[in-house]
Design a protein around this ligand. Structure first.
Ligand code: MG
Length: 165
């Protein structure tokens, strides 16, 4: 059987919130009293998108390509990782149909920053605005997100084979 022309992938990521750290989501610096801790800029949204794309390619996960032991990725913008993953998709002749993501955060209010996140991600994936959707929700104060111990993100992507001559 030939490999299918469409591939779905999902990704999930969590980073711990620490007082005074920098909060970067979707490549946007979000003003907040706490930020996410991680090896790169700890952008959970972009990491979930990377994992969704890698999932669709059946190519493993973000830790396989950008290990947190590699100083090359220390403190870099996660958009750089996303661009590299998208390059892998193109190399395998897959184009993005759409991406849909949700950020799960109790605080801060993310609505004012969603448009800028969308713009960054669309630019990085070389996609149009209507191919990218980003949502944000709280957990009604339940669980680790509700206690403001961390922020999570989920992403789903659809890739389409693009090997017509
Ligand atoms: Mg991560």
């Amino acid at each position: 059987m030939n490999s299918p022309d469409i591939r779905v992938g999902n990704g999930y990521d969590v980073h711990r919130l620490v007082e005074g750290g920098k909060l970067v989501l979707g490549g946007v610096d979000v003003p907040h009293s706490a930020g996410l801790r991680g090896h790169s800029d700890a952008d959970a949204l972009v990491h979930a998108l990377c994992d969704a794309l890698l999932g669709a390619l059946a190519a493993g996960d973000i830790g396989k390509y950008f290990p947190d032991t590699d100083p090359q990725w220390q403190g870099v913008s996660s958009l750089r990782l996303l661009a590299e993953v998208m390059r892998m998709c193109r190399e395998k002749k897959f184009a993005l149909a759409n991406a849909d993501a949700v950020i799960v955060a109790q605080k801060p209010q993310l609505a004012p920053y969603i448009a800028a996140m969308k713009k960054n991600i669309a630019a990085t994936l070389d996609a149009k605005a209507d191919q990218i959707n980003i949502k944000a929700t709280t957990t009604e104060r339940l669980g680790f997100v509700g206690r403001e111990e961390g922020i999570a993100a989920y992403a789903v992507v659809l890739l389409v084979k693009n090997d017509r001559p």
